[in-house]
Design a binder for this molecule. Structure first.
Ligand code: ZN
Length: 326
């Protein structure tokens, strides 16, 4: 999962492009203000003239120059603020604006650590290299089709045809993705293989990745693999460590096909830990499983199942002759 050098360069190029855009947009705003409020331009010019003047004085040994300059600038700033407000502009209208305030679009924080937005970019890029990007091009809200679902027989569990029910499910998933920032939340898709669990999960993943959310998509097998490598191997490779950290940090964690991995007391406790940690930190998780809730309880523990049942929206999927006892 580690980035290659060229992948790193690609991310850094994006930051540089963003910085240029920020500067360009700031220039545009300044131009607009100078046109509408020529007095602001005069103030800006006055600020630089004064600064030069005072700097000379300072060099000539006039120690009060700096303090005087501060006062003058504060006064000019105030005048500028009043002028801007007179035309309905916020005081910081002419300042630089950033896509990410935390690193000011440099990718690194003040402590010289990779910013969270860098890590998101990294996830995006790593996904682009894996085949997920291709899958998401095919499986998303725009390509979702009802034609595969039964339109005649009423499914007793929901009192409507599976096709009609899937329209509701589609809407729930769409709402989940659209309201993600305000509401967050967690989903559990249950249902036998081939009922659309993975497709729906992909729809949500695509929508959120497209809106710059960090999404990690792991099969349950791979998830536990990451956990066990981080636990049992002292010298975990860098990529695995980062992946482990992403599992806690990402906006949305998708655990696909829970129940197909070999499970034991380790996986069970790790699943609880993972589900619980993400709930505590207010981050969203989607789990899909072909196990019924009863089976889930048997396979894992009561602790995990009740945690999931109390804080996840459970969406059972139906279809064909397969009936789920929930
Ligand atoms: Zn950032």
């Amino acid at each position: 999962m580690a980035l290659s050098n060229s992948q790193y360069q690609e991310i850094m190029r994006d930051y540089q492009a963003q910085q240029l855009r920020n500067k360009h947009e700031q220039d545009e705003r300044i131009r607009e203000i100078y046109e509408r409020l020529p007095a602001v331009r005069e103030i800006d010019q006055a600020v630089s003239t004064r600064a030069v003047l005072r700097a000379k004085e300072l060099l000539n040994g006039k120690r009060e120059a700096l303090e005087e300059l501060r006062e003058e600038i504060a006064d000019l700033r105030e005048q500028k603020k009043v002028l801007l407000a007179s035309k309905g502009y916020p005081a910081d209208y002419m300042e630089m604006r950033y896509r990410c305030l935390d690193c000011q679009d440099t990718g690194y924080t003040k402590e010289d650590k990779k910013c969270h937005c860098f890590r998101q970019a990294q996830i995006r890029l790593l996904y682009a290299q894996s085949n997920l990007e291709e899958i998401l091009k095919r499986e998303n809200f725009d390509t979702f089709s009802y034609e595969y679902f039964d339109q005649e027989q009423v499914e007793p569990a929901v009192g409507m045809t599976v096709a009609a029910y899937m329209k509701q499910v589609y809407r729930w998933c769409m709402e989940f993705a659209i309201e993600f920032d305000e509401k967050g939340g967690n989903l559990l898709f249950t249902g036998a293989t081939g009922r659309g669990k993975t497709f729906l999960t992909n729809c949500i993943a695509k929508k959120l990745i497209d809106s710059y959310h960090s999404v990690i998509y792991l099969s349950a097998h791979d998830l536990f693999d990451v956990f066990s490598k981080n636990r049992f191997e002292y010298q975990t490779e860098e990529g695995m460590k980062e992946m482990h950290q992403f599992i806690w940090d990402c906006d949305l964690l998708i655990i696909d096909d829970l129940g197909t991995e070999l499970n034991n007391s380790f996986t069970s406790s790790q699943l609880f830990f993972c589900v619980n940690q993400r709930l505590l930190s207010g981050r969203s998780t989607i789990i899909s499983t072909n196990l019924s809730l009863d089976r889930l309880r048997d396979e894992y523990t009561d602790r995990v199942t009740s945690r999931i049942m109390s804080s996840y929206t459970i969406i059972p999927l139906y279809g064909g002759d397969i009936r789920l006892r929930l």
